[in-house]
Design a binder for this molecule. Sequence first.
Ligand code: ASP
Ligand code: MG
Length: 402
Amino acid sequence: MALIVQKFGGSSVANAERIQRVSGIIADTYKAGNDVVVVLSAQGDTTDDLIEKAGEINPAPSKREMDMLLSTGEQISIALCAMCLEKMGMPVISLLGWQIGMSTNSDYGNARIKAVTGDRIKEELDKKRIVLVAGFQGINKYGDITTLGRGGSDTTAVAIAVSLHADLCQIYTDVDGVYTADPRKVPTAKKLDEITYDEMLELASLGAQVLHNRSVEMAKRYGMELEVLSSFERKPGTKVKEVTKVEQTKISGIAKDSDVARIALVGLKDEPGIAFKVFRVLAQAKINVDIILQSIGREGAQDISFTVPRHCAEEAVTVLKEHEQAIGFQLMDVDTSIAKVSIVGAGMMSSAGIAALMFEALYDAKVNIGMISTSEIKVSVLVAEDEADRAVKAIHKKFFED
Ligand code: ASP
Ligand code: MG
């Protein structure tokens, strides 16, 4: 007998038929003799619909009331699923975040989990009930409802699994695992049996949206192994863990991120403090900078190029213009039609020539590289946005199909 935490995403519980299917998986897990705790997301597009509804009433509602509204989506899911399991004759109870002691800080809309007491869950498991928990929500020290940020139900599931010392934490979704590239774009993409936490974090932040980043961070911190699998087909998924089997493959995956813009500041003074001035202005505006490139100085002048999320580009330009005098640049150039293509693999640390292979693939495909950045387990390049899919395919072919 094991304690299993299962999480089902919004698309897995989108309608009655899907709730029945999910209930079937839950019931089977229970009937196999396991203690089962299930975390559910809001049905389908419910959360988006709720945001839209709020906008019709008040374009700038308080964050507290927004969380009061958004948390309702998950409540609907757990109640409906509980009713479905009841009908199947299963012992079941649904619980909200506050009922299981999911305490968070007061950062409404993006709250951090502080602790999960989980006493109520344990009581219910002792009574041999299946426990359904509303994902994405918690309660702060004032007794008010908070939400954990979009996609936060994954994090709810991991937090519960960690606090209950679960044997397994399964994240059911509408894809059957983590792939070497986006299977909708690269039909030859292969499903991975295993991936490390660090690789998963890199892929997630690079735009492969399978798991909520914070859930992977938490799983890594507490060594909670995750399994990503499909709620539509019953077959093994991808395990996310600390160390994976020694694999032949040099990289684990390729990701594309289109939420990128490149800003170049031309004709800056080549003297101490310039980079500080540029990036302080951006930091004060809470704009995340990713790849940074500084040219070598020539006749006392230099250029600095960097990337920011595309949805922040306009704001970045505004704040830089405001400080044009203080920073002292001659020209600002912005490119919003680029994308970042990255390869990720823990194996990179121990094998040479990985970056060269990626560049060769891009050369073969006649894709020009804008900027390059590397970390221990990642190589990223900037390319023209309309060439990015072709770049991903070419790199995939080089690493996985040749
Ligand atoms: N329902 C929330 C959202 O759509 C949380 C989640 O799905 O994990 O962001
Ligand atoms: Mg969702």
